[in-house]
Design a protein around this ligand. Sequence first.
Ligand code: HEC
Ligand code: HEC
Ligand code: HEC
Ligand code: HEC
Length: 459
Amino acid sequence: MKTVLRAIVVLLLAAALTLAVIYYTGPGKTQAGSERLTIHFTCDASGRLEPCGCFTGQHGGLTRLKTWLGERKDPGPVLKLDAGGAIAGVADHDIIQYRYMTRAYATMGFAALNMGGREAMIPATHLTALAKSSPVPLLSASLVDAESRKGVLDPYRVVDIHGTRVGILGVVSPKSVPTPGEGMAVLGLNEAVDRHLPELAAKTDLVILLAFADENEMRRLAKDYYEFALIIGGDVSGPTQEILRENESMILFTTNQARTVGTLVATLSGGKKKRLTDPTYDIQLLWDTIPQHEDLLGMARDYRAEIRKTPLAIDDPNAKDPNAIPGVSMEASYVGSAACKSCHAGAHEVWEKSGHAHAFETLVKTGSDADPHCISCHTVGFGKPSGYRRPMGSASLVDVGCESCHGPASEHIARYVDGKPSSFKFRPLGPGDCKSCHYGEFSRPFEWDKFWPGIEHGK
Ligand code: HEC
Ligand code: HEC
Ligand code: HEC
Ligand code: HEC
């Protein structure tokens, strides 16, 4: 009987001691020396500093990400990483916007931005300039000078997490880069890793790979190298719902134009070489109910102000239509919706009452009327030789006009107004033409039967 009592007392004491240790070390630490590390990651932000606002109920945007991150109570140290694709495109206005994106990521405390497929398509000189001005390190072990084969950017960075040295290496698959930026080449994934991993592994306790590559390529990298505790990507069609495992690595990825953020919480354990154990993983949709962060909304306003006063390549009235075939005569030019009124009074009346006829005013209201990312769908023929041009283009070509759908009408007018003999005929239109603007985050889900009655005209 006594021995049983004694055993119970010993057990109770042991339990109390355990609780005391947990209490003493805090919830972020499970035992002395090993900590719960939180890793938040994004990929494919595609220039979405803020959502465009084309319909209510839009998710995502860095504006929401910042609010969401700010409200988290992560117990231990936190590491924030982007796997690439933060830039929207390769035009000069995309590059200007990307500078604001890097600042936004910096205010959120991101440790590194990897270069994705689009970043790899901007000219080498622009990329190095961006890296110099970026408050967050831009990483790529893959992008090299086309001639010298020397790296264009830092291949990796090392961060100290409470004494643990974490190496972050960035790569992009050549398959994700249709045409490398001027002066640049993209190394094969293994060549990029081989160049830097031995050195990085030697001076760190844990290595994380940021890989803008598809799932198979990420799995292959995990098979080829045992050094990566974690691989984050990627060039994928949707986020992972669970932790994937291959060889010694965990693999996680997301995409979705800044609508989602992935979070891995794991214990930094092991001796000299650390591992990430007891992981939990969650993929979060940045709901429209999350308020947009004031600081980043301010940054978006600054971007719009800068883009308004900056001359851009797309403003050049003599720019050649990139789709024009040399030697083939110029297509018809845009004349504006007012020119149709006299003969198509009915259609014009329907149009005038529709939202299409106020689409530019919508941009003016939000200060986006000089942003090429917006004007393309809210004007007539933006970027085409006779189409709308910034900064304040022809007033007759603002809004979604008749020619936004039917195409340039100068030939048609010439035929019916000037009596010029012409075989020109507009091509028939259908739902596919609407979807050139009504798609993705730019529209409520498009259904012809719901949308066409609102603007129905013609026969
Ligand atoms: C790919 C084409 C496209 C681009 C690019 C685009 N929009 Fe739109 N926008 C639309 C369409 C289509 C609608 C109508 C959506 C619907 O009715 O569901 C719309 C609607 C809107 C509306 C709502 C109008 C209303 O009264 O309800 C706002 C505001 C808006 N856009 C702002 C912007 C801004 C700002 C940008 C640039 C950041 C932008 N748009 C870029 C296609 C586009
Ligand atoms: C001087 C009169 C006149 C003007 C101005 C005019 N049209 Fe027409 N349009 C016609 C006639 C006539 C037809 C042929 C009608 C028919 O066959 O029923 C036509 C037909 C069309 C068609 C049917 C397809 C085709 O090629 O025949 C479309 C679409 C059209 N017009 C669009 C426009 C647009 C857009 C504008 C303004 C940029 C415009 N029209 C200006 C007279 C005009
Ligand atoms: C050039 C881009 C573009 C194309 C092509 C386009 N839309 Fe739109 N649409 C817009 C924009 C932008 C808006 C939002 C206008 C605003 O309120 O600022 C819009 C709004 C609408 C709306 C809501 C506003 C209203 O008047 O009720 C309907 C319905 C609509 N579009 C139907 C269509 C249909 C049907 C087609 C194809 C036949 C089409 N759209 C093609 C850009 C486009
Ligand atoms: C949002 C896209 C859109 C806009 C804006 C638009 N149309 Fe249309 N229009 C269509 C579609 C779609 C049809 C029906 C399919 C077809 O016949 O090609 C059509 C049909 C027509 C027809 C009848 C064609 C035929 O073969 O009988 C005429 C004429 C016409 N539109 C003129 C105009 C004029 C004029 C304007 C401007 C005041 C205008 N449209 C604005 C999409 C548009």
